[in-house]
Write a protein that binds this ligand. Sequence first.
Ligand code: 13P
Ligand code: SF4
Length: 303
Amino acid sequence: MVNETLEEIKKLKKKRNAIILAHNYQKEEIQEIADFVGDSLELSRTAAQVKCDVIVFCGVHFMAETAAILNPDKTVLLPEIDAGCPMADTVDVTELKKWIKKYPHAPVISYVNTTAEVKALSYACCTSANAPQIVKAVPFNSIIFVPDKNLADWVKKNVPDKEIIVWNGFCPTHHMIKKEDVLRAKESHPDALVVVHPECRPEVIELADHVASTSGMVRFTKASSHREFIIGTETGLLYKLKKENPDKIFYPLKKTMICPNMKITTLESVLSALKENKYVIKVSEELRIKAKQAVDRMLTLVS
Ligand code: 13P
Ligand code: SF4
């Protein structure tokens, strides 16, 4: 049955001139069928460059929407329409507009985990892989940073000379990790390095040996001479980490670090997406042009 599904996906991909992009948190079988698996920055870069008619985006809504912003002439499909991001949902556009009025000297820098409407109100976007560099590079001393307060704190540490006005959002999957969880994991694996995502709480980051985006973690563990690592991000990344580092050992910081939205997509839903052309993610042209400016700035501000 699985083989039949895989064969059908392959055939339809060819017929529709489609490519499959997947985030590092996707299920193993989705990572296996994808043409490219990466972090949010790599996926945005790839989406901006791919030559095809259809992009099947195995991730969450804002990721497919970013691909649609960058590719008005392609069909962008999100196999599971309910795959959202609770962190992105914390930004209320009416409230953000009030902030923009209240702090006219501070343009908005939005994490890519936001809707097109929020991107359209932003000067530039950023991801976990480039947030401090983007904030450093923009020609302003004050910025409004939405929506992740933990990532904002990480940016503040790295760019202490700028004023950062912080939205009160967070990622439930990363924010659930407490200092005690790190201490417990360290006690169980005393020889392991602790690597965490910047969406984690400041007190968790404080205890880490390295802080990076998901693909940054893959690069760091590959380059390191260490053998054991405690990984503080969604557990889906462990598949790629183990695949790329067969001789190294990876422990999840906590086994419950699972993003339910990243796990909805299945081989069956990818097949249905290609077969039934669903769910098409489209942004109105007016909104797309405004949102694209912020995404383009991110892609050009820092290399
Ligand atoms: P990155 O893969 O860009 O680090 O993003 C993490 C994340 O939470 C995406 O939703
Ligand atoms: Fe959103 Fe967190 Fe899930 Fe990423 S892991 S999609 S930030 S809830």
